[in-house]
Write a protein that binds this ligand. Structure first.
Ligand code: ATP
Length: 146
């Protein structure tokens, strides 16, 4: 079976909500069924940081500043192409980011919604275990410079 490798980058955008509570942004896709972190494929000539900031801007409508890189996640999925099953091995680098501007109302049309959640709620909402672990890393990283 053919296996293709894909590299993506994205971000955990952080801000302080009411009472100084840590909040992060998740996006809803697949008809609002899936809540996940904003990310996308690294394009030719782009650094991981450039991709992460671009995808955050496009998918959530937010401008952010990178604080640090988090542990990468990896997964495999299958896709049918020309009647053949192709296996993808994907690696995603997420960056911890502080919100600097913009509005979630400006999210991409390919995304159902972009919404701020208190960190504990985001951990419960996130659809993938690996992303819940990324969010846990962020929660444990407190105090954050955001
Ligand atoms: P990108 O956002 O990088 O451009 P994409 O939206 O085309 O990618 P993915 O989000 O990687 O594609 O989704 C491809 C498949 O992998 C889907 O079946 C999705 O459910 C699954 N998937 C996405 N994220 C994860 C994850 N963290 N763990 C396991 N499976 C995942």
């Amino acid at each position: 079976m053919t296996t293709r490798f894909q590299l993506s980058a994205g971000g955990v955008v952080c801000r302080r909500g009411v009472g100084g509570q840590l909040e992060v942004v998740l996006i809803a896709t697949q008809g609002g069924e899936r809540w996940s972190l904003p990310k996308g494929l690294v394009e030719k000539g782009e650094s991981l940081e450039e991709t992460a900031l671009r995808e955050v801007r496009e998918e959530t409508g937010l401008e952010a500043e990178i604080v640090e890189r988090l542990e990468p996640i990896e997964y495999w999925y299958w896709w049918e192409e020309d009647g053949r099953k192709v296996r993808y091995h994907k690696k995603v680098y997420y960056f911890l980011m502080c919100w600097r501007g913009g509005d979630t109302a400006e999210h991409d049309f390919e995304v159902e919604e972009a919404r701020w959640f208190p960190i504990d709620e985001a951990i419960q909402r996130a659809s993938y275990r690996s992303e819940r672990q990324i969010l846990q890393q962020v929660r444990e990283r407190e105090p954050l410079p955001c």
